[in-house]
Design a binder for this molecule. Structure first.
Ligand code: GLC
Length: 734
């Protein structure tokens, strides 16, 4: 529809109709039901509000959506279509690995392809917008939602942001098989104080701008249609009421012209934060700040009318918000085709099709991170291997936010190993959580009805299996219910019952390879001590078991690198590679010196750092060769290394480029990722890898908050992880 027609439609709409266009309810208001992903608001929703609503979340299914859309448009005074939104975070029916795992692939194509598959499936099911990508930078493993992020690095997250938006939207989200992307959670929701979900965020403006905002901006520049406000505060102002954040930064500086939607009940929660005395004031602050859609509360639909009629709010503010919602529908082509791609036949064809399963399996294999291996891996099919642990059979491996996928469609480790015909025995050994435990997940309940006696019998069987085997693959980790939204944990170790299993197995068989299932970095010191290999598989998605079997048996070598540091202990958190220098940086040569920045009881370094990961072979690196030691203003130089596979198997290495600004007008990080390239090399094969370095890569917010590079000395590091010392120096001269 032409813009002129949209403006005419806006003109024709009554005040109440315009206000209700900003309301988003969830499917519970419509037949066909829906999954609630937040607290039910205690206030009533009027019949008129529902009838004139502008959008709805968490309704899925082509037939269901077509029926609801048809009825809605018939009843709407101007027959304006609903826009159907849902949380498609790592797949719709075919679950890909969780986003944190996808970050470990250090390959944006994995993310883009996952988003393309998700869009194809979701759009056939009638969904028109996804509440993804989640681009919150994360440095705190206590926070359960790290699983939704691509990790702790600004550059990696920004590269993935662009890939994800392109995967969902393509060149034009109106096209078949494409859906609108909604960037979230704006902004910096990943830095809650104490790692506790929904808590406030305390960041300097410089850290917000240098570290947290770039990934959101990359998604905005890639054309994301929506941005979702976060639950947290910034500068002690809730994001949904934060005019500086939404109007000055998002729209003014980033140039975002799309639609801003609140997170679930976040407008009403402005009152809970104590910044609004009631829902009416919350509605006023939110519209003033530039939040367009009110998700799941009636602050807007109950109070905007009187706020506008009393003159407290200018109707122009309402009109601009409503126009952005109408423009969103127009960008999706809903005025011409309100059902978009909803198609029952297409649903049957694409959902969980073989091609999507294959892509999900290939993606999963790229996300696994091998942290330890003394040679026990890869396994040989003729070896007698005992697969032990709760995750040998577990199908809840699709990710906490895979709320529309079905774990029964997932391939377990046991099924994957059987599928490749390996000589294996299986024993569960224990449940994921303690006997009798009950734990609500995002949209399921974990319950163990095991008695202590039964638990002991399971353990005894597992010990017996371990005694008969050449090697043990111990499949353990945190349960999916322990991750995701509202899943902050102060203890980030594996459950006690699994620790007991590990110890009992280690007593009878030292040849243990641990396969770790997790939605966050965990404290795995004891696992590292007792195992000869550790393979992190995260929550690997629908094809997890097949992917794990193929990597364990060497059909594909592991190729992942950590997108988030694994702490030595939770006491280190937040811990991240690009920390800052201090006045008394720890000198490892003088550990006895008390007066330096260190702990008395644990090391400063994480157990495993960002960017770390092994393959089934070794690589050598040449020194860093610079095309020049001097980078002119607006010029460029290259940094090159030659990487060689010096082992006996094909393997993968992600070559990483880090840069350290030796001095700045403000403190600068000890190094920052500025490039990476993933290589697959055969034994003996070598490849030269070159990175172009430009002034733009050296910019930051200086002492005057100006985004600029400063002349001076820089050190370039090129290697296989963020602790590499393979380096060379250059100067930037103006
Ligand atoms: C939830 C989440 C958000 C999600 C929204 C809709 O509370 O914070 O990520 O998109 O509600 O389900």
């Amino acid at each position: 529809m032409e813009q002129r027609k949209l403006l005419e439609l806006l003109e024709e709409m009554s005040l109440e109709e315009k206000i209700n266009q900003l309301f988003q309810g969830n499917g519970s208001f419509y037949e066909g039901g829906s999954i609630a992903t937040g607290p039910a608001s205690e206030q009533g929703f009027s019949e008129k509000t529902i009838r004139e609503a502008g959008s709805v979340l968490s309704i899925v299914g082509a037939e269901n959506i077509k029926k609801i859309q048809k009825a809605h448009m018939e009843n709407h005074p101007h027959h304006i279509p609903l826009v159907f939104m849902a949380d498609i975070i790592n797949g719709y029916k075919t679950a890909f690995p969780i986003p944190l795992a996808q970050g470990a692939a250090f390959n944006p194509k994995v993310a883009k392809e996952g988003a393309e598959v998700a869009a194809k499936e979701a759009s056939a099911a009638g969904i028109q917008v996804t509440f993804s990508p989640m681009l919150d930078l994360v440095r705190d493993a206590r926070w359960g939602r790290v699983m939704e992020s691509n990790g702790e690095d600004t550059y990696l997250n920004s590269v993935y942001a662009k890939a994800l938006v392109e995967g969902y939207q393509g060149d034009d989200p109106k096209q078949p098989g494409k859906i609108g992307a909604c960037v979230k959670h704006f902004a910096a929701y990943g830095a809650p104080v104490a790692g506790r979900d929904y808590n406030n965020v305390e960041l300097s403006e410089r850290t917000l701008r240098d570290d947290y905002l770039p990934a959101y901006e990359a998604a905005v520049k890639a054309g994301a249609l929506l941005v979702m406000t976060s639950f947290n505060t910034l500068n002690r102002m809730p994001s949904s009421a934060n005019k500086w954040l939404l109007r000055d930064i998002l729209r003014g500086e980033m140039g975002f012209e799309g639609t801003v939607i609140s997170d679930w009940a976040a407008i009403e929660e402005i009152r809970n934060h104590g910044v609004a005395k009631d829902r009416k004031e919350a509605a006023k602050l939110a519209l003033l700040a530039g939040t367009d859609i009110d998700m799941m509360t009636t602050c807007y639909s109950n109070y905007l009318k009187e706020l506008i009629e009393s003159g407290e709010l200018d109707e122009a503010l309402l009109d601009e918000a409503v126009l952005r919602v109408l423009e969103l529908k127009n960008k999706l082509g809903l005025f011409e085709n309100p059902y978009k791609d909803a198609d029952e036949e297409a649903e049957k064809k694409v959902l969980l099709c073989e091609e999507h399963r294959r892509k999900a399996k290939e993606a999963a294999k790229e996300t696994f991170v091998l942290l330890e291996n003394d040679g026990i891996l890869p396994l040989k099919k003729e070896e007698k291997v005992a697969f032990i642990g709760p995750f040998t059979e577990e199908k809840a491996i699709i990710g906490a936010w895979s709320i529309f996928a079905d774990e029964k469609d997932a391939v377990s480790v046991k099924e994957g190993v059987a599928a490749i015909g390996a000589n294996a025995i299986f024993a569960k050994g224990c449940d994921s959580l303690e006997p009798g435990a009950v734990m609500p997940g995002m949209n399921f309940i974990y319950e163990s009805s095991r008695t202590q006696t039964q638990a002991q019998m399971m353990l005894d069987e597992a010990v017996e299996a371990a005694q008969k085997a050449d090697k043990v693959v111990l499949c353990i980790g945190e349960h999916m219910a322990q991750t995701g939204e509202a899943a902050s944990r102060a203890d980030i170790t594996i459950p006690e019952g699994q620790k007991k299993l590990l110890r009992e197995i280690a007593r009878v068989n030292k040849n243990i390879a641990v396969v770790l299932f997790n939605g966050r970095p965990l404290d795995i010191r004891e696992i590292k001590e007792l195992a000869k290999a550790v393979l992190v598989v995260w929550m690997p998605g629908t094809e997890g078991g097949n992917a794990i079997a193929e990597v364990l048996y060497g059909e594909t070598a592991p190729s992942g690198k950590l997108p988030m540091s694994f702490p030595y202990a939770v006491g280190q958190v937040p811990v991240f590679y690009n920390e800052f220098k201090t006045g008394r940086r720890m000198n490892p040569d003088q550990p006895e010196n008390r007066f330096q920045s260190r702990y008395m009881d644990i090391p400063n370094e994480p157990l495993y750092s960002f960017g770390y990961g092994l393959s089934y072979t070794e690589f050598s690196y040449s020194g860093v060769k610079l095309s020049s030691g001097n980078l002119e203003r607006n010029g460029k130089i290259t940094a090159s290394v030659t990487v060689k596979n010096i082992g006996s198997r094909k393997g993968a290495e992600t070559v990483q480029l880090y840069i350290r600004d030796e001095e700045g007008s403000v403190v600068r990080p000890v190094r920052e990722l500025r490039g990476f390239e993933k290589l697959w090399l055969d034994p003996g094969e070598e490849k030269e890898v070159s990175f172009t370095i430009t002034e733009n890569m050296l910019k930051f917010h200086d002492i005057n908050m100006k985004y600029t590079a400063e002349p001076g000395r820089f050190t370039v590091f090129v290697g296989g992880n963020s602790r590499t010392l393979n380096q060379a120096e250059f100067c930037l001269t103006f």
